[in-house]
Design a protein around this ligand. Structure first.
Ligand code: FES
Length: 282
């Protein structure tokens, strides 16, 4: 309950909004190239990259804290190496996290900003710890490392809150299966050549697009953060989400450009007795 109160207090830190908005704009411009966006988002591995990378500094610094507290003199070189490994891994981890954070809004953006400030402070403590160890002040190096460990633990808690409580960067289509059997949805005449529309069926919203005799259908809710794909831009057989620019192939829902890391559920389409019918692909 105490930690929950802390999180609620941070969510009210509206003084962070101006700084957060400026920083998000800078990050957004920096990650605009498709390859950078896909890489930092985790699109290439089908999973957000930031939580994968964050295991490395957290693991290294946890072991360094253990060795500093209980390892004795013989483990000092190992503790020093682990602190350095954590610092090296923290840089790409932070880059991936900033990319994810730049897509957030409101309370999650404030929590994410604070998460970054706490972890950035932890990184500074660890850099200080490396210098202290290097220049013979081992006790100071250990103290700075343990302070950094406390901060990074709290930062990890805030990161977990963003995922498990605020559902940031979780697949928004995970439980959307749509009809498994051929289901009529609209008259064929209700979809003009070159046109698209959203249809509700079986508890899900489906985006239909027609090009000549070919009709394609994918889930209309963007897997990234739930953006409305029916309001997106359609060109070259792809739809681009209006919220953060994820681009999906209409033919099979596969990802052309992140930040999405999971493809859109796709549907098979046929026309029967003047009706457009769909069923879940695969
Ligand atoms: S909701 Fe973020 S790209 Fe669609």
């Amino acid at each position: 309950m105490t930690l929950d109160s802390v999180v609620k207090a941070i969510e009210r830190f509206n003084f962070l909004d101006g700084m957060a908005s400026s920083l998000a704009g800078v990050v957004g411009k920096s990650v605009r190239p498709r390859m950078v966006r896909n890489l930092l988002s985790g699109t290439y591995i089908g999973h957000p990259l930031h939580p994968v990378l964050s295991d490395i500094p957290i693991g290294a610094w946890t072991m360094a804290a253990f060795l500093d507290l209980a390892g004795g003199k013989v483990s000092e070189p190992a503790a020093d190496a682990l602190v350095a490994v954590g610092i090296a891994a923290a840089i790409p981890t932070a880059a991936a996290g900033l990319n994810d954070w730049s897509d957030t809004e409101g309370k999650p953006r404030r929590i994410g900003m604070f998460h970054a400030l706490v972890n950035g402070s932890a990184l500074c403590f660890y850099v200080g710890s490396v210098f202290a160890r290097r220049f013979g002040s081992r006790d100071l190096g250990k103290a700075l490392g343990l302070a950094g460990f406390g901060l990074v633990t709290f930062g990890g808690f805030l990161g977990g809150h963003l995922i498990y409580a605020d559902a940031v960067n979780v697949n928004k289509t995970a439980d959307r299966t749509g009809p498994g059997k051929w289901t009529s949805i609209i008259d064929h005449s209700g979809l003009s050549d070159g046109g698209h529309r959203m249809v509700e069926v079986g508890g899900v919203s489906v985006l239909l697009h027609r090009s000549g005799d070919t009709i394609e259908a994918i889930d209309a809710l963007c897997s990234h953060m739930g953006g409305p794909l029916e309001e997106g831009t359609i060109e070259n057989g792809c739809v681009t989400c209006p919220w953060h620019g994820s681009t999906f192939r209409l033919a099979d829902g596969s990802i052309v450009r992140g930040p999405a890391t999971r493809p859109q559920p796709a549907y098979e389409v046929r026309t029967s007795e003047g009706q457009i019918q769909i069923r879940r692909a695969g």
